[in-house]
Design a binder for this molecule. Sequence first.
Ligand code: NAP
Length: 428
Amino acid sequence: MLWRKYGGVRERCADLNPFRPGSTRLLLPASGPDIRWNIHKRKQAHPGNPIRKLYFYNRNVFILWRGGVFLAGYAHVRCHWPDQTLFAYYPNHREWPVGCTIADRKGAIIMQMTTLGRTNLTVSVAGLGCGGHSRLGLGTGGGERQAISIVHAAMDQGVNFIDTAQVYGTEDVVGRAVDGNRDQVMLSTKVQIVKPGAKPTGEDYISADVFVANFDDSLKRLRTDYVDIAHLHGVTPSQYGYCMKELVPALFRLREQGKIRFLGLTERFITDPRHDMLTGALGDDCWDVIMAGFNLINPSARERVFGQTHEKNIGVLNMFAVRRALSNADALDEIITGLIRDGVIDGGKLDADDPLGFLVHDGGAASIVEAAYRFCRHQSGTDIILTGTGNRNHLEENLSSLQKPPLAEACLQRLEDLFGAVDCISGN
Ligand SMILES: NC(=O)c1ccc[n+]([C@@H]2O[C@H](COP(=O)([O-])OP(=O)(O)OC[C@H]3O[C@@H](n4cnc5c(N)ncnc54)[C@H](OP(=O)(O)O)[C@@H]3O)[C@@H](O)[C@H]2O)c1
């Protein structure tokens, strides 16, 4: 065992790591973060904050206190990794939050953090979506090892929010990927409301007892005894009544048992692109988090959903930011042709060969995919933008896109002019 002496205090080195004492793998990149920038910001917010500077070295944290004494580590720093919040202590044990943005050693931010509505969870603005067409690559021919490496790569880049579901078949992979690091991530999963094999939009519902048993199976696959958010999955307007009557009481019981922290609800955007289910559901006060479809070719959640979620401080997860339409030129072409044919958009306003080409230019977005993620990221009302991929390069690009500034005002205005009134497609 190595021992070192700092500021007159003898500390065991293994204990100097406040992030994961005794662990071998950190959420942060191996080089470690530098959150001096955050401290500087926080100092302004808390004039009495005694912390002058905070250094990382060899994954240890060193604090320069106002009194000029250089202290180190564990006894004085505690890290709430699920919330990505580092707390430092006064010697009298008073707590000061000192950071909630992950930056690299040069001070460049690699992940912006935000608060997920009334859950008060501090979450990365980018969330890893483990469903969609890719399902971490399992849906596109990739293997489980590759899927696990996608989860690890996302965590290494500061992602602390992972969204999966029973039907995706990725709960097990996620469970294995976060095993041993459960306290570093928020897990969000979704429970089926209809029987296996039944029509997803139909009324062959599962009973509350089976629902609870299925949820317990999810916990086993995720190798955890709680999830941060448990959603009812893909609820349609006609299914919502059953959910409120039979399944929400079961969710409450699971919450009382400590198996879930917050209640979530996701819509079935493909068949409900006008958000009818969510619009009605937001009148009920039980939802802490919702997941809504929102993208640059159907921005209708802005008017129909985000006003209510803002008013009630409900956390918003954004799905379908890219999907097929915005990652595949043929799919985009097909969808736009349909919108013009149905008189939903004015074909005369578009360049038929390259309908969204105006978004990609020097000083603008590098690709339509990038533009699509930036569009969602900077929409007031969205908290976490989910990105679903089975491709490490795509993941890296997308996480980087989500840290970039908003699209230029001229691009946003043109998008509004073209697609502002569209509410009949999902982009699937
Ligand atoms: N009702 C619901 O509850 C519901 C429904 C749908 C989705 N969701 C959740 O929302 C998450 C996000 O939806 P999504 O998975 O469809 O994600 P998305 O981020 O909107 O789109 C992902 C698609 O875009 C492709 N893509 C991603 N990055 C790319 C890049 N840089 N360049 C080119 N192509 C790229 C992916 O293929 P590659 O694998 O090739 O990158 C994949 O086909 C899901 O994973 C799931 O967690 C929930």
